[in-house]
Design a protein. Structure first.
Length: 83
């Protein structure tokens, strides 16, 4: 909490800079990784269409199907359908 700290004097706030720079580095690494992932992404349009046509386009729909068709408890179905 910063209270009554002059706008011209910021040396008292040095300890927070580490977290700012760590966050910026993590963001840079994440963006670099995402660029590589997207560049190497290969889309199989036939499989995507087949899955979309089946009507189970979300993980929740898939989890519901597992519950109703296979009798799994929803907690287990959610674990299977989710990441």
């Amino acid at each position: 909490m910063m209270k009554e700290l002059s706008l011209a004097y910021s040396k008292d706030m040095r300890e927070d800079k580490k977290y700012v720079f760590d966050g910026a580095l993590n963001l840079e690494l994440s963006l670099t990784a995402m660029i590589g992932i997207v560049d190497d992404l290969q889309v199989n349009k036939d499989v995507m269409k087949q899955i979309a046509d089946a009507g189970y386009t979300t993980a929740t729909d898939f989890a519901d199907w597992l519950v109703h068709e296979l009798g799994l408890p929803f907690r287990e179905a959610h674990h299977v359908a989710g990441p």
